[in-house]
Ligand binder design. Structure first.
Ligand SMILES: NC(=O)c1ccc[n+]([C@@H]2O[C@H](COP(=O)([O-])OP(=O)(O)OC[C@H]3O[C@@H](n4cnc5c(N)ncnc54)[C@H](O)[C@@H]3O)[C@@H](O)[C@H]2O)c1
Length: 321
């Protein structure tokens, strides 16, 4: 289905003339892309065209708590039909009552994202009861915050099931309808811990690195097959004040508020941005890890940023037996 439109294979574009022509075209277009990007960076949100999510069905996984609840409330306020999924039924009830208190309808589903069959079954129920999902926000995540040898096997598997494998099941369930209607948006919530390996996060960081690969590969598949009206956004926030990283006090980056993260994510979705890193300053640090000597990177991380030291303060979470 994704392969509806065929692209040229390398054997069809092998002559030197073709390579030179494509390179010149690429350089000319690059100038345009850089100017376009600079222009939109300087234009305030209030003045730039942003897509309306009014009437769109937006599904938020992990919508019971933290950033997910903020997303649900803010999306309802701008007119989206919100569907929330969460494993925690009390948290789901709290999100629903927060929305109903403001006069908004919300559909909620209790589902364990670690259970593939439950994800597929719940997706079918949503399609039958609510209709086509226009925007899928894969937001739910878990962290146990133990060093590798302290992590039990079950905890490692759970982190992989929730933080990355569930993205495969939800996207496989909802993307075909998006392709059929040529309208859709897949939002992948990663983390700065998915861009820089993090102490006590061998499982968490690895799954968040996987979300980056998942998003980038899905993006190339969509574009290569001409589905330019189906958008993909990767969101990589630094620490957020939701309790997930309770006890951690980062040294140089601010602790982000869930309200700010949700607002920035929605703006990013409405602008069809491909990447959203919070705070933006982190994106200037990333190239350094490939450019600088590794001893210098480690010194920057532990002497200047005190990354591992601050993660040592993380309050322990129970690991299922
Ligand atoms: N909090 C941070 O510092 C931080 C930083 C960077 C990225 N993130 C990412 O942002 C996203 C949201 O984080 P948050 O801080 O709001 O987390 P949170 O713990 O406050 O909320 C996560 C929600 O996901 C739900 N959930 C967990 N396991 C589930 C499962 N098996 N099935 C269904 N729902 C499940 C929880 O019940 C909870 O409501 C996560 O993907 C997280 O990894 C968080």
């Amino acid at each position: 289905m994704l392969e509806g439109t065929k692209i040229k294979t390398p054997s069809q574009v092998s002559s030197i003339f073709d390579i030179a022509k494509d390179t010149v075209l690429f350089l000319l277009l690059s100038c345009y892309y850089i100017l376009e990007s600079l222009f939109w960076t300087l234009v305030p949100n209030a003045l730039r065209p942003m897509k309306s999510l009014k009437g769109d069905v937006v599904l938020v996984t992990g919508g019971g708590g933290g950033v997910g609840r903020q997303l649900a409330v803010k999306l309802a306020r701008i007119g989206a039909k919100v569907v929330v999924w969460d494993i925690n039924e009390d948290a789901l009830r709290n999100t629903c009552s927060a929305l109903r208190d403001e006069g908004y309808e919300v559909a909620s589903y209790a589902v364990d994202l670690a259970d593939r069959d439950a994800v597929y079954k719940t997706a079918e129920r949503v399609k039958k009861e609510i209709g086509k999902v226009d925007v899928l926000i894969n937001n739910a995540g878990v962290v146990f915050g133990e060093t590798l040898l302290e992590l039990n096997d079950k905890a490692i598997e759970t982190t992989y099931k929730v933080n990355i494998l569930s993205h495969y099941w939800t996207v496989k369930a909802f993307l075909p309808d998006m392709i059929e209607t040529e309208k859709g948006h897949i939002v992948t919530v990663g983390s700065v811990a998915g861009l820089l390996g993090t102490y006590r996060c061998t499982d968490y960081s690895a799954t968040k690195f996987a979300t980056v690969g998942f998003h980038e590969s899905l993006f190339t598949e969509l574009r290569a097959h001409g589905h330019s009206t189906i958008h993909a956004t990767l969101v990589c926030p630094s620490y957020i004040n939701t309790g997930m990283f309770d006890g951690v006090t980062p040294r140089l980056v601010p602790m982000l508020e869930p309200d700010y993260v949700a607002e920035t994510m929605i703006d990013s979705i409405r602008k069809n941005e491909v990447n959203c890193i919070m705070p933006g300053s982190v994106r200037y640090l990333l190239p350094l890890k490939c450019l600088l000597p590794s001893k210098m990177c480690w010194d920057l991380m532990h002497r200047v940023m005190k990354g591992p030291q601050s993660m040592m303060e993380l309050k322990r979470k129970p690991q299922a037996a």
